[in-house]
Ligand binder design. Structure first.
Ligand code: AMP
Length: 501
C-alpha cells in the first residue's frame, strides 16, 4: 500500500496546506501528520493485541482524522463510530469487535469494562511525545485499515473489514477515473461511520486536497449550512442523492452559492434524473457522476458520468461500468444471466472485503471466490444493457432511507426487545421506488396506556436507547394479530395496503 506514503509526500511538499476543515476548526497536513505520529507512538507503547481494532468515537472533529491515521500508523484498523449511534449499539460493537482501545474524541458517555482503555485525544497525545513512528508499523497489504459497522439482519450490527489493499484499489480508481486529482476542496457530508465518507477523505488526502465537513449542526440549521457552503470554496461534492435533494429544495442552492464546484459525486442510492436535471440547470459547468457499490466492496465499484445525452437516453439512470480491476457478474443462482436479463450483482475484484469481523457463517454466505478472485454477493438485482449496468432494487429486506442503509429485520429485532410488543413487522413505505418512511405494525402486550399515541411514545422512547434515530419507524399501527399469507409468512403486502388506504 502506498496511500499513507502518498499523504506523507504532501506533508513534506506542502506542510501548511489545510487537510481538514470542520465547524471553524482546521488542521494542516503537517499537524495532522505530527499529531497522528504522537498518538500512534502512544498506541504502540500500549502493546495491544496484534491488529486489534481501535474504536474512534466522535462526529466530524478534526481529531477524528488524526485518530484514524494514528490507528493505522500503529498497525491497527480503526472503527469509526459517529455520535448518532446510541450507547447500547456502541457497546455491542465494542464487545463483538474485541476492541481494546477507544479514542474518545466526542467524550463518549459510557462506563466500559476493564478490558478496554479509553483516552481523550489530548491525553493520549501527551503520553509519549516526539516519538517517530517508522513506516514498518503501518497497516499494509491485506491487513485491515478500517472496519465499518452496518445494520445486520440478525439485530446486531456487522463489521465490514476493509484492508489496506481494498482501500488502495478504490482510491487509485477515484483519482484516475474522476477529475478530482488536483488538490481540490471536497465536501464531506456523510458521518465517518458510513463508508460514503471514505469517498472524500482518502481521495482528498491522497491528492493533497482539503476535506470540508458538513456537520450535524449545519444539517439541523439550513441557514448555517448555506453560510458554511458559501465560505467552503468547495470544488468536489460527495453526498447521497437524498442529501442533495434536500439542498435543492432551497432555490439559493446554485452556482452562485458554490461558484467553484466542478464535480458532483453520488453514491448509495438511486440517483433520479430529476435531481440531475436540476443540477445541470443550476450548476451548468459542473460534471455529475453516479457511482454504485456497497460498503463490502469499499464504497463504490462502478460509475458513469450523467451527461445531457445520457439523461436524454434513459428514464432510469444506469450505474455504469466497473473500475478496471473489477468485474461485475450477474448470477441467477449459480448461472450467469444473458444481457438484458435480471440477476444478482456479484462484485469480483481487489476491493472486495475479506468479510465480516468475527462472523464466519455470515461471511461465507456473502463472500466467495469467483475464478480465483474475491467476490461478494451484493443482494442487489441488476441487468446489463448497452454494455452498462442498471440497478433493479434489492432481493432482501435491506433498504435505503434518506441515504442510510437499514436491515428491516434489525429494526424488528429491536422493537421486539421493548416492553409492550408481542409481535411486529416493519414496512418501508415507498413512493416512486424511493423509501419515504418506515412504519411498524405491532401486536401489543398488556400495557398501561389509554391511547395509542401514548403507547407509541413509550415504544419510541425505548427504541431511542438502542437504535439510531434514522432507524426508528415514523408511524406505528396496532393490530390484534399479524395477517398471514397462505404459506405461513407475515403478509407484508396486506399490512401495507391497510396503511395506505
Ligand atoms: P452502503 O453499504 O451503505 O454503501 O449501501 C450499499 C447499497 O446501496 C447497495 O447494495 C445498493 O443497494 C445501494 N446503492 C449504492 N449505490 C447505488 C446507486 N448508485 N444506485 C442505486 N442503489 C445504490
Amino acid at each position: 500500500m502506498h496511500l499513507l506514503k502518498t499523504i506523507e509526500d504532501h506533508v513534506l511538499t506542502n506542510p501548511e496546506a489545510i487537510a481538514f476543515v470542520s465547524n471553524g476548526d482546521q488542521i494542516s497536513y503537517k499537524d495532522l501528520w505530527e499529531k497522528s505520529d504522537n498518538i500512534s507512538a502512544s498506541i504502540i507503547q500500549m502493546s495491544l493485541k496484534d491488529s486489534s481494532p481501535i474504536l474512534v468515537y466522535g462526529h466530524m472533529e478534526t481529531e477524528m482524522i488524526v485518530c484514524f491515521l494514528a490507528s493505522v500508523k500503529s498497525g491497527h484498523p480503526y472503527i469509526p463510530i459517529d455520535i448518532s449511534i446510541p450507547i447500547d449499539r456502541v457497546t455491542k460493537i465494542i464487545e463483538s469487535s474485541k476492541a481494546e482501545l477507544i479514542l474518545n474524541v466526542s467524550k463518549l458517555p459510557i462506563s466500559i469494562n476493564n478490558n478496554v482503555q479509553v483516552y481523550e485525544v489530548n491525553e493520549i497525545e501527551k503520553l509519549y511525545l516526539n516519538n517517530n513512528v517508522v513506516s514498518d508499523s503501518w497497516v499494509k497489504d491485506d491487513e485491515n485499515f478500517y472496519i465499518i459497522y452496518t445494520s445486520g439482519s440478525t439485530g446486531n450490527p456487522k463489521g465490514v473489514q476493509i484492508s489496506a489493499n481494498n482501500l488502495q484499489s478504490f482510491v487509485d480508481w477515484m483519482l484516475k477515473d474522476y477529475p478530482i486529482n488536483e488538490k481540490l476542496v471536497f465536501i464531506n457530508q456523510a458521518p465517518f461511520s458510513f463508508d460514503l465518507s471514505v469517498m472524500d477523505i482518502y481521495p482528498a488526502l491522497a491528492s493533497g486536497g482539503t476535506i470540508f465537513a458538513i456537520t450535524k449542526d449545519m444539517i439541523a440549521k439550513p441557514k448555517f449550512l448555506f453560510e458554511s457552503l458559501r465560505v467552503s470554496k468547495a470544488q468536489v461534492w460527495t453526498s447521497t442523492p437524498s442529501f442533495i435533494q434536500m439542498c435543492l429544495m432551497d432555490p439559493s442552492f446554485t452556482q452562485e452559492l458554490l461558484p467553484e464546484i466542478r464535480v458532483f459525486l453520488f453514491c448509495g442510492e438511486i440517483l433520479s434524473p430529476s435531481i440531475c436535471y436540476q443540477l445541470r440547470e443550476r450548476f451548468p459547468s459542473a460534471r455529475i457522476f453516479n457511482t454504485y457499490g456497497p460498503t463490502e466492496a469499499t464504497v463504490a465499484v462502478t460509475g458513469i458520468e450523467v451527461t445531457d445525452a445520457l439523461l436524454k437516453s434513459y428514464q432510469v439512470l444506469p450505474i455504469g461500468l466497473p473500475k478496471n480491476d473489477t468485474k461485475i457478474v450477474l448470477l441467477d443462482g449459480d448461472k450467469s444471466v444473458e444481457d438484458g436479463e435480471k440477476g444478482e450483482i456479484i462484485i469480483v475484484g481487489p476491493s472486495v472485503s475479506k468479510g465480516y469481523l468475527g462472523q464466519k457463517e455470515m461471511t461465507e454466505k456473502a463472500f466467495f471466490e469467483y475464478e480465483g478472485e474475491p467476490a461478494y454477493r451484493t443482494g442487489d438485482a441488476g441487468f446489463i444493457n448497452n454494455n452498462t449496468l442498471f440497478y433493479k432494487g434489492r432481493m432482501d429486506y435491506q433498504i435505503k432511507l434518506h441515504g442510510y442503509r437499514i436491515e428491516i429485520e434489525d429494526i424488528e429485532h429491536q422493537i421486539l426487545k421493548t416492553s409492550y410488543v408481542k409481535a411486529t413487522v416493519v414496512i418501508p413505505i415507498t413512493q416512486n421506488e424511493k423509501v419515504e418512511y418506515i412504519m411498524a405494525a405491532i401486536v401489543p402486550t398488556e400495557h398501561p396506556f389509554e391511547k395509542e399515541f401514548q403507547l407509541s411514545a413509550a415504544i419510541k422512547k425505548e427504541l431511542g436507547e438502542i437504535l439510531p434515530a434514522y432507524m426508528i419507524p415514523r408511524k406505528f399501527i396496532y393490530c390484534d394479530e399479524l395477517p398471514m399469507t397462505p404459506n405461513g409468512k407475515v403478509d407484508r403486502k396486506l399490512i401495507k395496503e391497510k396503511v395506505l388506504v
